[in-house]
Ligand binder design. Structure first.
Ligand SMILES: Cc1cc2nc3c(=O)[nH]c(=O)nc-3n(C[C@H](O)[C@H](O)[C@H](O)COP(=O)(O)O)c2cc1C
Length: 312
C-alpha cells in the first residue's frame, strides 16, 4: 500500500507505533518495524546514552527503519537531539512542544521530522518550520492529550497543511484506520493497541487491565494544571482527581504521579501506578504479536474499504 507517508518513511504499511514512555523500547519498536510498520523508541525522560543503547539494540533485532520520539520537555532533550543525529536515526517524532531549536540540524542530517500536534495552529507552525509530516492526535489517546477529538481535528489539520497527516487517537483496528483515511490521514499512529502486544515489555497486569477495559474506563487527570493525561481509572486517578478538585498546587499533584507510569509498566502496580491508555482500550480483547496486529488491521481496512465503495 502506497501513500506519501509510506514513501517518505520507506515502510510497507502506513501504521506507526507511538513512541511511548517506558513502553516503547527496542523490542516493541523492532517488532513493529519488522512487521512492515514504523516502530519508534520513546525517548521520554531518558538520557541520550540510554536512547543510543535502545537504538543500537533495535538495529540488532531488525534491519528495517526504527525511529525515535523526542520528548521536548525532557531535561535530556538537547542530549537526545544530538544522539539521534550521531546514530543516523531516519525518523523523529516530537511531543510536548515545538522543535524549533533542533529541526534545522535534524533536516540537515537527512532526518524525517514528524511532530505530534493537537491543533490546526500547531500543525501550521510545524509545516512552516519544515516538518515532513504531522501526527494529528485527538483527545481519545492514551498519555498526554489535547482537547479536540480525532474526528474533528484530523480533517481540519488535513485541510490546513500541505504536508501529509498521520491520524492518532482512538484507532485500534481496521475500522479506525479507514475512518482516519476518510478524514484525510495517509497513515495512522497507534499507542494503546501496541501496549497490549506480545512483544511489549510491559507487565502482564497492565496488559490485562487494557483487555478488561470498557469504553468508559479512561479518565483525564491534570486538566486544571494544564497537563492533561489520559489513563485508566484506578486508586491513583481517584486520589488525584479528589486533590485536583480541592485545588491542590501543581507541585503537590505532580508529586503524586512521579514515577507512577514506570510502576505500572514494570512492577505491575495497576492500582497506584499510572495505567496510560486511550479510549480505544475497550476495543482491545486479545494480546497479539505486532505482526498479527498489523496484518489484521490491514486486512480489515481493505475489506471495509471495498464494502464502503460498494454502497450506491
Ligand atoms: C503508555 C503510553 C505512553 C505514551 N508516551 C508518549 C510519549 O512519551 N511521547 C509521545 O509523543 N506520545 C506518547 N504517547 C502517545 C502515543 O504515542 C500515541 O500517539 C497515542 O497513544 C495514540 O492514541 P491511542 O492510545 O488511542 O492509540 C503515549 C501513549 C501511551 C498509551
Amino acid at each position: 500500500m502506497r501513500t506519501r507517508i509510506t514513501e517518505l518513511l520507506g515502510i510497507r504499511c502506513p501504521i506507526l507505533q507511538g513512541g511511548m514512555a517506558w513502553v516503547a523500547e527496542q523490542h516493541l519498536a523492532a517488532a513493529v518495524s519488522a512487521a512492515g510498520g514504523l516502530g519508534l523508541i520513546g525517548g521520554a525522560n531518558a538520557p541520550g546514552e540510554a536512547v543510543r543503547g535502545m537504538v543500537r539494540s533495535a538495529r540488532e533485532l531488525t534491519d528495517k527503519p526504527v525511529g525515535v520520539n523526542v520528548m521536548l520537555m525532557s531535561p535530556h532533550a538537547a542530549d537526545v537531539a544530538r544522539v539521534v543525529i550521531e546514530e543516523h536515526v531516519p525518523v523523529i517524532t516530537t511531543g510536548a512542544g515545538i522543535p524549533d531549536r533542533y529541526i534545522k540540524d535534524w533536516k540537515a542530517a537527512g532526518i524525517r521530522v514528524i511532530p505530534v500536534v493537537a491543533s490546526v495552529a500547531q500543525a501550521r507552525i510545524m509545516e512552516r518550520l519544515g516538518a515532513d509530516a504531522v501526527i494529528a492526535e485527538g483527545t481519545e489517546s492514551g498519555g498526554h492529550i489535547g482537547e479536540t477529538t480525532t474526528m474533528a481535528l484530523l480533517p481540519q489539520v488535513a485541510d490546513a497543511v500541505r504536508i501529509p497527516v498521520i491520524g492518532a487517537g482512538g484507532i485500534a483496528d481496521g475500522r479506525g484506520m479507514l475512518a482516519a483515511f476518510a478524514l484525510g490521514a495517509e497513515a495512522v499512529q497507534l499507542g494503546t493497541r501496541f501496549v497490549a502486544s506480545k512483544e511489549a515489555v510491559v507487565s502482564d497486569a497492565y496488559k490485562e487491565r487494557i483487555l478488561a477495559a470498557k469504553d468508559i474506563d479512561s479518565t483525564v487527570t491534570g486538566r486544571r494544571i494544564g497537563h492533561p493525561v489520559r489513563s485508566l481509572r484506578n486508586e491513583m486517578t481517584r486520589e488525584y482527581l479528589k486533590l485536583e478538585e480541592a485545588g491542590r498546587s501543581p507541585e503537590e499533584l505532580e508529586a503524586l504521579t512521579l514515577g507512577t507510569l514506570r510502576r505500572a509498566v514494570q512492577d505491575g502496580d495497576i492500582k497506584k501506578g499510572t495505567v496510560m491508555a486511550g479510549q480505544c482500550a475497550g476495543l482491545i480483547r486479545e494480546i497479539k504479536p505486532c505482526a498479527e496486529i498489523i496484518r489484521d488491521i490491514m486486512e480489515e481496512f481493505r475489506l471495509l474499504a471495498e464494502k464502503v465503495a460498494a454502497y450506491e
